[in-house]
Design a protein around this ligand. Structure first.
Ligand SMILES: NC(=O)c1ccc[n+]([C@@H]2O[C@H](COP(=O)([O-])OP(=O)(O)OC[C@H]3O[C@@H](n4cnc5c(N)ncnc54)[C@H](O)[C@@H]3O)[C@@H](O)[C@H]2O)c1
Length: 336
């Protein structure tokens, strides 16, 4: 299938492009490079050993997107392009609404106009807010979001759902709710490129280990978890990338209008302290860290029930936490 990958030069998008090719599909990347670099395209080409179709353009540019849909008639869209910093979205909510919602709206308009059969949307476990029951099932309620980023993911899911479930809809859709993507491509050619101070634990760990940051702060040690630090569901980005191909394949088997949501995680929680200790073991580096207060907005525990994805999409994660950290560390070292 021809698959339009918006945000395909980004962290998750670039790994998904590699996987799409491995499964015999033809990706078409659209990215405005607002949070990525053209080198990523060159590195994807090195890994897959072929030329990649890449358009440096903005998903909000209706005219250009129309031309692209008209020229390529994609069979499916995987929509990654969005701003993704929770804290930035607290400071600049309208920036997030403007980019995340208008990009999606433009794509859905094109999807409707060109009757694109399949659409996969990048959602997030953040739509659940502070969970009442763990592991999190897709049936858990979505809580009102405390930040614009999370709110754009909730409305993004709703926008796709309403389009897919209109009686005349030609588009079948899935929202994938990612837990915590980590790791990098084992080649050391692709990975996460956080701008400024990383918001996520693993890039902070690897940047501290390589000497870019003086020390790591463990935010909160009195949570109701086995060691008092937060529990999260860390998933290797290549496992996450594969989930998109399984989601597309699943949609090809359904003959009526459909929309659904799936958790994409490992189902296995790991604490911040476990992450530090595992990283020290795989890298041989002793991490300088201090224990600090809780961070506002952090929930104690968040991990997925992944049985629905396993049953319907026939997908499950394979990479270990150790492997994800080995790959993240290799990526950090290659950036030197
Ligand atoms: N990384 C995570 O922890 C995480 C967790 C849950 C959900 N998500 C979602 O997954 C998606 C991908 O995340 P990522 O980590 O790969 O982010 P990323 O920033 O690395 O990739 C996003 C890409 O989209 C591009 N982009 C942004 N706005 C654009 C626009 N208007 N037009 C064209 N390109 C645009 C950026 O240049 C970037 O290359 C995002 O929607 C994000 O919200 C990410």
């Amino acid at each position: 299938m021809n698959i339009l990958v918006t945000g395909g030069a980004g962290f998750i998008g670039s790994h998904t492009v590699v996987e799409l090719i491995a499964y015999g599909h033809t990706p078409i990347i659209v990215d405005n490079l607002s949070n990525s670099h053209e080198n990523v395209i060159i590195n994807i080409e090195k890994i897959v050993n072929q030329k990649i179709l890449f358009y440096k353009q903005d998903c909000r540019d209706k005219q250009k997107m129309d031309t692209l849909f008209s020229n390529h008639q994609p069979d499916g869209v995987i929509h990654f392009a969005a701003y993704k910093s929770v804290s930035e979205s607290v400071d600049k909510p309208l920036l997030y609404w403007e980019n995340n919602s208008n990009s999606l709206l433009t794509l859905l308009e094109m999807t409707e106009k060109y009757e694109t059969p399949f659409f996969v949307f990048s959602s997030s476990a953040t739509v659940y807010g502070d969970p009442e029951e763990l592991p999190l099932k897709e049936t858990a309620p979505r809580k009102p979001s405390t930040n614009a980023y999370g709110a754009t993911k909730q409305t993004g899911e709703d926008m796709l759902q309403t389009l897919c479930l209109t009686p005349h809809s030609k588009t079948k859709g899935i929202s994938l709710r990612y837990f915590n993507p980590i790791g990098a491509h084992p080649s050391g050619l692709l990975g996460e490129l956080p701008l400024g101070v990383p918001q996520n634990l693993v890039p902070f760990i690897t940047q501290t280990a390589i000497g870019l940051r003086e020390k790591l702060t463990v935010f909160g040690t009195t949570y109701p978890t086995p060691d008092g630090t937060c529990l999260r569901d860390y998933i290797h980005v290549l496992d996450l990338a594969q989930a998109h191909i399984y989601a597309l394949t699943h949609l090809t088997k359904i003959n009526s209008p459909t929309y659904d949501v799936y958790n994409i995680g490992t189902g296995k929680p790991s604490s911040v302290m476990e992450m530090i200790q595992t990283f020290e073991k795989i890298s041989g580096v002793s991490l300088p860290y201090v224990l600090g207060p809780k961070r506002q907005g952090d929930v104690a525990s968040c991990y997925a029930d992944v049985s629905k994805a396993k049953k319907d999409l026939l997908w499950q994660s394979h990479f270990s936490l150790q492997q994800a950290l080995i790959d993240a560390w290799k990526w950090q070292q290659s950036l030197k």
